[in-house]
Design a protein around this ligand. Structure first.
Ligand code: DX5
Ligand code: ZN
Length: 221
C-alpha cells in the first residue's frame, strides 16, 4: 500500500494545527516537514520549535526532510522535537554513514535524499544503514514546482537498490506530485508520495488524498 506524506510547506502557517488535522482526518500516514537553512537551499522555511509545537497536535509519523548543511549537528534536537523519520541530503553530509548511523542511534528511521542531478548509485555503499530513500523530483528549496520526469528512472533505480538490502527500505518521491502523475511514480517504484500544493491547496483535501492513494489502482498509461 502506498503512503501519502503531505508537505506542510504548502499549508497556512497561521493555522498549521488545523491544516494538519485536516490531512490526518483524510487518512494520510505521514506528515512531511521541510526544514530549510538558506544555505543548502536558497530558502528558509521553519525549524525545531515549529515541529515541537506541532508534535502534541498529531499522531502522524513525522517525516522530517532536512535541507540543511552538515545535518548530523542537529540529529538529537530533531529527535527531541518529535521526528520519527529523519531524512538528510547526500550532498549535505561530509560523512554520510556517520549521519545515518547517528539518526538510527537516536531511535529514528534514517532517510537519505538525492537532488535531481545526483545519481542513485552513490547510495549503494550505505544500504545497510538506510530506511528510506527520498528521490527529489524538483530542485529542493521551494514548493509548487513542476515534476521532473527524469526522476522516473531514478525511482526505478532506487527500487532495485532497495531490493538488495536485507531489510525494508521505503522509496519516497518529493516535488510536483499530483493525482496526474501519481500513478507514474508508483509504477516506477515509489511507495511514499510527498505532496504539498496538491493536498493543501485543494478545494477538497480528502478528495485529493483519495486521488493520490488511488494511484496504485490506475494504469500509468
Ligand atoms: C521542496 C520540498 C517539497 C515541496 C513539495 O524542496 O522538499 O517537499 O514542499 O511541494 P509540492 O508538492 O508543492 O511540489
Ligand atoms: Zn520535502
Amino acid at each position: 500500500m502506498i503512503k501519502i506524506s503531505p508537505s506542510v510547506l504548502a499549508c497556512d502557517f497561521a493555522h498549521m494545527a488545523d491544516d494538519v488535522k485536516r490531512v490526518e482526518d483524510a487518512g494520510v500516514e505521514y506528515l512531511h516537514l521541510d526544514v530549510m537553512d538558506g544555505m543548502f537551499v536558497p530558502n528558509i522555511s521553519f525549524g525545531v520549535p515549529v515541529i515541537t509545537s506541532l508534535r502534541p497536535c498529531s499522531k502522524l509519523i513525522f517525516d522530517t526532510h532536512l535541507m540543511i548543511e552538515d545535518p548530523i549537528r542537529y540529529v538529537e534536537v530533531f529527535k527531541k522535537a518529535g521526528a520519527d523519520i529523519l531524512t538528510v541530503h547526500y550532498e549535505a553530509c561530509p560523512d554520510v554513514r556517520a549521519a545515518l548511523e547517528a539518526i538510527r542511534a537516536a531511535g529514528m528511521k534514517a532517510g537519505i535524499s538525492v537532488k535531481p542531478k545526483t545519481p542513485v548509485s552513490v547510495l549503494a555503499p550505505y544500504l545497510d544503514v538506510i530506511d528510506l530513500i527520498l528521490i527529489m523530483s524538483v530542485e529542493p528549496g521551494f514548493g509548487g514546482q513542476s515534476f521532473m520526469p527524469e526522476s522516473l528512472p531514478k525511482l526505478a533505480a532506487a527500487r532495485t537498490l532497495a531490493m538488495q538490502a536485507d531489510h525494508v527500505i521505503e522509496i519516497e518521491v518529493d516535488g510536483g506530485i499530483s493525482p496526474k502523475n501519481a500513478s507514474l511514480v508508483v509504477a516506477a517504484g515509489a511507495d511514499v508520495l510527498v505532496a504539498g500544493s496538491a493536498v493543501f491547496h485543494a478545494a477538497d483535501v480528502k478528495a485529493a488524498v483519495d486521488a493520490l492513494k488511488n494511484a496504485e489502482n490506475v494504469s500509468p498509461l
